[in-house]
Design a protein around this ligand. Structure first.
Ligand code: CS2
Length: 485
């Protein structure tokens, strides 16, 4: 690695060795990918070599490609702990593509023999499915486009099927597809979507995929806030390198992977990944304990005026609220994952949230609630109700989400709500009068709420009650009353 004068006379990273030969195609080169699987693969490449270079594909924006192109696709990962920070340069990305610029080139790339794996971090909404049912959303504009133009897809699902179709016709083995997104049984969800799409293209192709392709499920975990200009500046001050593609993340990382691959794979276990026969229990633990409380703290915290998770979780009342969610409403619904102590796991989570070196915005986590709530909170609520328990804390979190997507915060200021259904949700709330009407109108959104939960009178009553308390008292006082009840 050497220092070269790049754009604007700034020192940029540059490679002195050639990048590793491409063996992995990754969709979604965002911060989480660069702080997580790209680092596991970099560890393997540094220690053991191999043809596991990553070709990263952005489905929308050229920004990351442009930033990395200036620095030989190298970037800095900054590990932030309260005790200090560690920087490392990551070298596992060999090339970066922007799909809309030349979708055909991506389909070509997917049919290269040496490409054994396709990994994805495309966020929940990138799956073009209905979160409540898990079925392909046939009304999604990218799916409609891709079914007509499979040689030039737009969606990840379209690209996967186009690449597999190419290999099928050429008599090649399929690649293994590894979802690294926060969805329950993410491998099975993706497999179902790929097969539903392939059946609409060619039934024989769908049969071949069904018999031959592999979709291992994974549990992925590392808190990775969006990189800010301040992060880039601080890095330049400490290293002398201007690196707009840098990522910041917490020290903790965990990757649990179902060991079900078509052919060879990187020895990620050498970098600490856990290979298991079933990921389900680990995934449920992580989605409900971490992502469920992350979303709860995001909506309640944002409305109460907290900018970061560290700020809100260092407030003793919100910390007590979070501990209560785990103890009373979440842990009782969880099977015991192999090798995990659930109480210690939750204690560790609170410490991770309270790490003040990580500036993880409540607003960032609050994004895409319509895509996140079903697997993070609503499933847990349904299980509690089925056990005759009213999960008041989680209902309070859902009521805060409804308040949040209404678009006005407690100071009367507009909220920049980012969600594929933001417009629909706001329209429903604006058209409704009373708290009862507002809550009922939102429960009718079937992409989010399955009919059993939507028609549960106990859930409705608890949501309306929680919504009214937030409206009347504000979030801080509502949390106080809840933890002291
Ligand atoms: C967060 C996740 O933005 C969010 O929705 O809850 O990105 C979370 O930080 C990761 O899943 C942690 O592994």
């Amino acid at each position: 690695m050497s220092m070269e004068d790049g754009l604007h006379g700034k020192n940029r990273l540059s490679r002195s060795e050639s990048p590793a030969k491409i063996g992995i195609v990754h969709f979604g080169p965002g911060a989480f990918f660069r702080a997580f699987s790209a680092i596991y693969t970099d560890d393997v490449l540094q220690e053991h070599g191999g043809d596991w270079g990553i070709a990263a594909v952005s489905l929308k924006s050229p920004t990351t490609r442009d930033q990395l192109a200036e620095q030989d696709n190298l970037y800095t990962a900054v590990e932030l702990a309260e005790s200090g920070k560690k920087e490392r340069v990551v070298r596992s990305i060999s090339s970066v593509f922007v799909a809309p610029e030349d979708p055909g080139a991506i389909v070509d790339l997917l049919s290269v023999d040496n490409v054994k794996l396709v990994t994805l971090t495309i966020t929940e909404k990138g799956y073009c499915h209905s979160p409540a049912t898990g079925d392909l959303n046939g009304d999604h504009e990218d799916i409609i486009h891709d079914l007509k133009n499979l040689s030039e897809p737009k969606s990840a699902i379209g690209f996967l099927v186009a690449g597999l179709a190419r290999r099928w016709r050429a008599g090649q083995a399929p690649f293994t597809i590894v979802s690294c997104d926060n969805l329950p049984s993410n491998g099975q969800v993706l497999r179902k979507l790929v097969l539903q799409f392939a059946k609409l293209v060619d039934k024989e192709l769908a049969k071949w995929i069904d018999r031959n392709a592999k979709f291992p499920s994974t549990m992925v975990d590392r808190i990775t806030p969006a990189t800010t200009a301040q992060d880039v500046e601080e890095l330049e001050n400490s290293t002398g390198f201007y690196d707009p593609a840098c990522v910041v993340h917490e020290p903790f990382r965990q990757w649990v992977i179902e060991d079900d691959f078509v052919a060879e794979r990187p020895a990620w276990e050498m970098a600490g990944a856990q290979f298991v026969t079933s990921v389900d229990a680990h995934e449920l633990m992580k989605l409900r304990c971490l992502n469920g409380t992350h979303s709860s703290l995001a909506y309640l915290g944002y409305l109460a005026g907290y900018v970061t998770i560290a700020e809100v979780s260092n407030n003793s009342s919100f910390a007590a609220f979070c501990l209560g969610l785990w103890r009373d409403e979440i842990l009782p619904t969880l099977p015991q994952p192999e090798g995990e102590d659930l109480n210690a796991y939750c204690k560790g989570l609170l410490a991770r949230y309270q790490n003040a070196a990580i500036r993880h915005k409540t607003w960032q986590i609050a994004m895409d609630g319509s895509q996140k709530l079903p697997q993070r909170i609503l499933g847990t609520i349904s299980d509690n109700l089925a056990n005759g328990i009213v999960p008041k804390g989680l209902c309070l979190a859902v009521a805060a989400w409804i308040r949040y997507v209404g678009g006005i915060d407690e100071q009367g200021k507009e909220i920049d709500v980012r969600d594929p259904l933001a417009f629909t949700l706001k329209q429903l709330l604006d058209a409704a009068g009373s708290a009862q009407e507002k809550v009922q109108s939102i429960l009718e959104v079937s992409e989010i709420f399955d009919s059993r939960l939507a028609n549960n009178p106990v859930f409705l009553r608890e949501l309306v009650d929680a919504y009214q308390r937030i409206e009347a008292l504000g979030v801080e006082a509502t949390i106080e009353a809840h933890i002291n009840a």
